[in-house]
Design a protein around this ligand. Structure first.
Ligand code: SF4
Ligand code: SF4
Length: 440
């Protein structure tokens, strides 16, 4: 068994299996079991946070070799981090499972689909702006020039796998214009500049959720922000880190630090739960990098989710009346990783005319979880069905959620379960309630 790096403190040194002392912080209390979706589904101890920590510990101690079943259990975890929120001992489970995935990745175990997505799609497509845009344009043609309709009507994808057709429907639609062509590198507000902000346009956000990025810049303008969105910024690296490829995640983090370096900013704004959470971790990811560690620390301290930025700075958005019935789904990497839950609700509460109904189990994962809904489609649909039932019970017409993955998953759920609801990002709601159309 290969020797593994061991770290003897409780710091989050990402991508490295923690020392036995850290893994032993789990006191086996079982408080996390009630909030763990995979344990709830199987009732197997090995599919619980406590069980997985035991497995990771056995591997770290050299008592157990990495195997297909170990790899499967690590990949079966949603990495939703609900267990971290519930844990009274402060166990940093997320970094443990992510480190275990690095070991799994290095050892060559795991399903073909998981390895293909990690090795090809994440490493060579998402990590390169040019490759991502090239494939996004091909996908746009497939989705919009009638090819997808033909493929679906002939059920051609089912020849390869019965799930592939559904997974194809699950993919977000590629934006006609990518967001980095929708606004300038520097956008100025109407009046005085109150805040200088840097904005991560992201990878999939840029090519598949371009309108949300545009809405974010428009809302930031109303907040009095100058917005810097450099063209040479890249994917934040979160999907790579969560799926065991820390080397690529580090490379991307360095590239982003270089891209944003030319501008003096007060805040780095994110509109995607996973990206914001991971940019806050750059300080740990690049901790041992002589050239970048100090810059990463300064950068991470400035990262804010858009709702966090608005509430922390006590910005009162000039909302007009907006009559609708809304509920809110907490994206895991906002509520569990960044502890952002009240902030979006606080802003929504200030919109006159809105009826807001709390969603039962709003902090329970919707099953999107990065690439989870692709590599564990069946289980993901079980989690989604549970989420959609709760959404239906609210009677709301709109579901608001701050992560593109959740947004797309719930949109797909609405179609799958025949629900007539609209799913949107908080910034889109804010922009509509700001009556932005009248200003444009
Ligand atoms: S991250 Fe989520 S799915 Fe994984 S063990 Fe924790 S609660 Fe369970
Ligand atoms: S709640 Fe924390 S300490 Fe208790 S079993 Fe779960 S991970 Fe271990």
């Amino acid at each position: 068994m290969r020797l593994m790096n061991e770290i003897k403190t409780n710091q989050r040194l990402l991508g490295v299996l923690p020392h036995d002392d850290v893994l032993s912080q789990c006191i086996h209390c079982g408080m996390c079991l009630a909030v763990c979706p995979t344990y709830e589904l199987t009732k197997f101890e090995r599919s619980s946070p406590r069980g997985r920590i035991k497995l990771i510990k056995a591997v770290a101690r050299g008592e157990m070799a990495i195997s297909d079943s170990f790899a499967e259990e690590m990949n079966f975890c949603l990495d939703c981090q609900a267990c971290e929120t519930a844990c009274p001992a402060g166990v940093k489970y997320g970094s443990m499972v992510e480190a275990a995935r690095v070991e799994v990745d290095n050892s060559g175990y795991g399903s073909f689909a998981a390895r293909f997505i990690k090795k090809i799609a994440l490493k060579y497509v998402l990590a390169s702006n040019a490759a991502l845009k090239f494939f996004a344009r091909l996908l746009f043609i497939y989705q919009n020039w009638g090819l997808q309709k033909i493929v679906h009507s002939l059920h051609l994808l089912k020849v390869f796998s019965p799930k592939l057709e559904e997974i194809d429907k699950l993919a977000p639609r590629v934006s006609k214009t990518f967001s980095d062509d929708l606004f300038e590198v520097i956008t100025k507000p109407e009046g005085e500049v109150k805040y200088k902000t840097a904005f991560l346009t992201g990878c999939l956000m840029n090519v598949m959720f371009a309108e949300i990025n545009k809405d974010t810049v428009d809302v930031l303008k109303v907040c009095g922000c100058e917005v810097f969105a450099p063209k040479d910024q890249v994917c934040c690296g979160s999907l790579h880190a969560h799926n065991g490829d820390f080397d690529t995640a580090k490379k991307l983090a360095r590239k982003n630090l270089d891209a944003f370096d030319n501008y003096k900013f007060d805040f780095v704004i994110s509109n995607s739960a996973g990206c914001g959470a991971f940019m806050k971790e750059y300080q740990h990811v690049l901790k041992d990098d002589q050239k970048y560690s100090v810059r990463a620390k300064i950068f991470s301290a400035k990262v804010k989710d858009i709702t966090e930025f608005v509430t922390e700075n006590k910005i009162l958005l000039p909302f007009t009346e907006f009559i609708d019935h809304i509920t809110y789904h907490d994206a895991c990497h906002l509520v569990h990783t960044q502890k952002i839950s009240n902030q979006p609700r606080e802003i929504i509460d200030k919109i006159p005319g809105i009826t807001f109904t709390q969603l039962e189990e709003s902090t329970w994962c919707c099953g999107s979880a990065g690439i989870y809904n692709i590599i564990h489609y069946n289980e993901s649909m079980i989690f989604l069905e549970r989420k959609m039932k709760h959404i239906k019970n609210t009677g709301a017409r709109m579901v608001v959620t701050g992560n593109p993955g959740c947004l797309q998953q719930i949109k797909y759920g609405a179609e799958r379960f025949g629900m007539n609801i609209e799913v949107l990002h908080p910034v889109t709601l804010f922009k509509r309630a700001l009556n932005f159309k009248a200003e444009e």
